[in-house]
Every structure is written in structure tokens, then in C-alpha cells.
Ligand binder design. Structure first.
Ligand code: BG6
Length: 469
């Protein structure tokens, strides 16, 4: 380790959450329902009424983050707490809550890193067509301007849309992408919605720079390198295809304002290229992120499609599909182990992903998620011995350091999650936090907080700026 470059001074050591997964109080104090509140709750999992009850426990939670030495806390703002209907009247209690949360962070010198949209479209806007409605661009920009106006004096780091690529690839699985009834070309519909999100993001970035010249803003896709299954040239082409569809489409657009050519031509084949509204092209070209925020969990591995992949416009993510016809076929990577929930574990792939991103975009990078979902046990004496999580985080942090040593510019590490919360579709039992929350899937327990062994370990990592892993 000693030979490697050190982590930069002022590196943002922290962790992440999202509003709908952590806050609870989902219809309290004037908050309107989001698409997450009205969707069917996946079988065997809790609903979102309480979650970790962060809404009522945020002071205690931030005190624990401060005890671990957090330099940053990445959280999202629930659109429907601010605008219960998505547009129109502002809910002052929502503004008050996030003011309090931000001020509480600042009290301890914790930098608030705010995600503007994390899978929680207002239900009222869903009824108006959600991202399929071209007006969605203006809805989002209006929401953004309210955030900048109310919180921009204290929030210096902004993230636009969390994992837009996952919304596009597996949105219906996360419960957030709606295909209007009667849609004939589903692929075109999905990429039209994706286009609206890209334009909305571009306009929000420009607005942020206009309203808050000191602030920094970036996208937050889930980026992970796609490997070819073998050195067979056809497998390399398949890996390039999926890299383009999964990763580069989003960053080429966010950074350079251009559509990735491989993706564009693939869409063209199915008459599925998005329609541009007047001004879209300029809006995209004018937007420039200050950094790239990204989530990393694991790499993907693909081979050439052998003709066995059926045409399915939804589901290009390796966790949830077999591949995309004519483009690639997902395969297991035999070199990698898996989590209890079946996700591949690839710390070296983290380094590879960072290196590749830096070569392509030359922007500083902020890790906005990374982490291990596992079953945790609270012992009778109030401990959580999550050595498996320590090992996972240790290996990944080590690879960030390798990447820094390779020349990559890294701003911070904010793994998932600061505190136990509800997973996207596997409930409360799949825990990620440094802070344990005493509740089960359906039994709300005491909601008492405990630092896990990983929390004590992370404290030491932060105190030594990553030298003591
Ligand atoms: C990311 C999301 O996809 O991964 C989070 O941004 C999510 O919202 C996290 O919780 C872990 O995924 P999961 O499905 O285990 O909750």
C-alpha cells in the first residue's frame, strides 16, 4: 500500500441514501405520493411508510455519521415533499425538512451532496405521462430551480438523475418507468423517455451554473465496465455494444452533448431513434458537468449473441436479462464470487471502470454508490459483526487508490448506504448500512440505531484518510 499515491486531501469520505428508501413518513407533513408509494409492494417486502424513519431520526443519524467522521453525506430530495403534485404549489414543510437536514450536516462539517431525482417521480406526474410527456423536461427544470433557490446557498454539490441508465434498461423492475398503453414501438418509447431525461439533465446543469456559479453539478449513472467473455473478436464487439448501451450513451451525452454512434445506429435499425424537440440539440451541447458522479456495484460480462436472444426492448441489465438480440448475450464471469443476493463482486473491475472513464472524459469522479447487500444479525450485546462488508469495502477502496495511482482524479467515496434502508425490490432484509436499524421486514422493532463493525472500521479509514484500511 505504501507505494501507492495517497487519497487527496479533502477527499469526500461519506455514504449515500435516497429519500424514498430511507425517510419513511411518506405521506406526512404535506408530502404527495410518488410512483414508489403507489406501486405494488414486491411480495415479502415492507412498504415505504416507515423505512428507517430517517425523517424523524435524522439528527441522531447525522450525529452517528459525524461520529464515524463523515466528510460528506449524499442524500436525495423527494420531489413530492417539495411539490406534492410535481408542479404548482410548494409544500413549505418539505423545504423546512431539507433545510434542517442540510443545516444538521453543516453543523458537523459534513458536505451535503444532493441527488435531485432518485427513482421517485411524483404520482401526479405519472398520471400526466411521466417522462414520456415532453413537458417532463420543464417539470424537472422547474423543480431544479426551486432546489437551487432554496438550498443553493449551502449545497455546493448536486447530482441530477440517479442511475438514468438503469431506469432505461430495467425501469419497470425498479417500478419507475411506465410504458403508456397502446405503445406500438416500445423501444422507441423507452429511448424517447430517456431523451427527455437527457435534455432535462442538460437544462438543469446549465441552470445550476447560471443560478449558482460556485456550485458543482454532475450526472449519477451506474457505470461498470463490460468485459468480453473471451478474446474472440465477436465477443469484443459484443462487449463494445453493451458498454455503449449501458455506459457510454449516458456519459457521452452528459459530457460532450452527443449521442453515442453505436447506440444511435442500433436504435435506427428498429426505427427507435428519439425525436428531438426544437432546441434540444443546443441544450445538450451547452451543458457541461463539473464532475462525473457514478454508482459501481459490479462489472458485466458478455459474449456475441448466438441467435438465442429473443427481441426484448426492456431489460438490458445483466442482473435482469439475458442480453439484447443481435448486440450481446450476458454470461457469468467464472473468475468472480457472488454476494448472498447473487451479485458478482469485482473490486479490480472498479479500478478498470475508473481508468476507462477517466481516459474517455478527463473529469474528476465522485463515487456516489458502491456496497454490499447482505443479511445482518444483531447480537444480544448490540453488535453487528459484518466482517464480510468490511472485506468488500476494503477491497474496493484499495482499488480506488490503485486508480488514483494510475492518474485518475477522484473526489470522494460515498458507498451505499449510510444507514440500513429498504432495497429497490428486496426489502429491508437486504442491508447495506454502516448504521444498523433495529427493525425487520414487517416488525418495526425499536428503530434503535447501532454502529456495525463496518462503521467502526470506516471511522478508522476516514481518520487515516484511507491509509489504514
Ligand atoms: C442502486 C440504487 O441501483 O443500487 C439504489 O441507486 C439501490 O437505490 C442500490 O438501493 C442497491 O440495489 P438494491 O436493489 O439492492 O436495493
Amino acid at each position: 500500500n505504501e507505494k501507492l499515491a495517497s487519497f487527496p486531501e479533502n477527499f469526500f469520505w461519506g455514504a449515500s441514501t435516497s429519500a424514498y428508501q430511507v425517510e419513511g413518513a411518506n405521506l406526512e407533513d404535506g408530502k404527495g405520493p410518488s410512483c414508489q408509494d403507489v406501486k405494488e409492494v414486491p411480495e415479502g417486502t415492507s412498504d415505504l411508510t416507515v423505512c428507517a424513519d430517517h425523517y424523524h431520526h435524522y439528527k441522531e443519524d447525522i450525529a452517528l455519521m459525524a461520529e464515524m467522521g463523515f466528510k460528506s453525506y449524499r442524500f436525495s430530495i423527494a420531489w413530492t415533499r417539495i411539490l406534492p403534485e410535481g408542479t404548482g404549489e410548494i409544500n413549505q414543510k418539505g423545504i423546512d425538512f431539507y433545510n434542517d437536514l442540510i443545516n444538521e450536516c453543516l453543523k458537523y462539517g459534513i458536505e451535503p451532496i444532493v441527488t435531485m431525482f432518485h427513482f421517485d417521480m411524483p404520482a401526479a406526474l405519472d398520471k400526466r405521462g411521466s417522462w414520456s410527456n415532453p413537458d417532463s423536461v420543464e417539470w424537472f427544470v422547474n423543480f431544479a430551480s426551486i432546489l437551487f433557490q432554496n438550498f443553493g446557498d449551502r449545497v455546493k454539490y448536486w447530482l441530477t438523475i440517479n442511475e438514468q441508465n438503469m431506469l432505461t434498461l430495467v425501469g419497470p423492475v425498479i417500478g419507475t418507468l411506465t410504458i403508456p398503453e397502446g405503445t406500438t414501438n416500445v423501444l422507441k418509447e423507452i429511448y424517447q423517455q430517456n431523451h427527455h431525461m437527457l435534455v432535462a439533465q442538460a437544462k438543469a446543469m446549465v441552470l445550476c451554473h447560471e443560478m449558482l456559479p460556485e456550485a458543482k453539478i454532475g450526472p449519477a449513472p451506474n457505470i461498470s465496465l463490460v468485459y468480453p467473455a473471451t478474446c474472440k473478436p465477436e465477443d469484443v464487439i459484443a462487449a463494445q455494444n453493451f458498454n455503449a448501451i449501458r455506459n457510454w450513451l449516458y456519459l457521452d451525452m452528459a459530457v460532450y452533448g452527443i449521442y453515442n454512434a453505436i447506440v444511435w445506429n442500433w436504435l435506427k435499425k428498429y426505427d427507435a431513434t428519439p425525436t428531438f424537440a426544437p432546441g434540444d440539440e443546443d441544450a445538450m451541447k451547452n451543458a457541461h458537468p463539473d464532475f462525473i458522479g457514478f454508482n459501481y456495484y459490479n462489472t458485466a460480462t458478455v459474449a456475441a449473441d448466438d441467435g438465442s436472444i429473443p427481441f426484448d426492448p426492456i431489460g438490458g441489465d445483466q442482473q435482469n436479462s439475458n442480453g439484447i438480440a443481435g448486440m450481446y448475450k450476458s454470461v457469468r464471469n467464472e473468475y468472480l464470487g457472488k454476494t448472498e443476493f447473487g451479485w458478482e463482486i469485482d473490486p479490480v473491475g472498479f479500478r478498470a471502470t475508473i481508468r476507462e472513464m477517466y481516459s474517455r472524459y478527463h473529469l474528476p469522479m465522485l463515487v456516489t454508490e458502491n456496497g454490499l447487500g447482505a443479511y445482518d444479525t444483531l447480537t444480544e450485546d448490540g453488535k453487528i459483526h459484518d466482517q464480510y462488508r468490511i472485506k468488500y469495502l476494503q477491497d474496493h477502496i484499495h482499488q480506488i487508490q490503485e486508480a488514483i495511482n494510475d492518474g485518475a482524479e477522484m473526489l470522494g467515496y460515498n458507498p451505499w448506504s449510510a444507514i440500513d434502508l429498504i432495497s429497490t425490490h428486496e426489502g429491508m432484509k437486504k442491508r447495506y448500512g454502516f448504521i444498523y436499524v433495529d427493525r425487520d421486514e414487517f416488525d418495526l422493532g425499536t428503530l434503535k440505531r447501532y454502529l456495525k463493525d463496518s462503521g467502526y472500521w470506516y471511522k478508522k479509514v476516514i481518520a487515516s484518510n484511507g491509509a489504514d484500511l
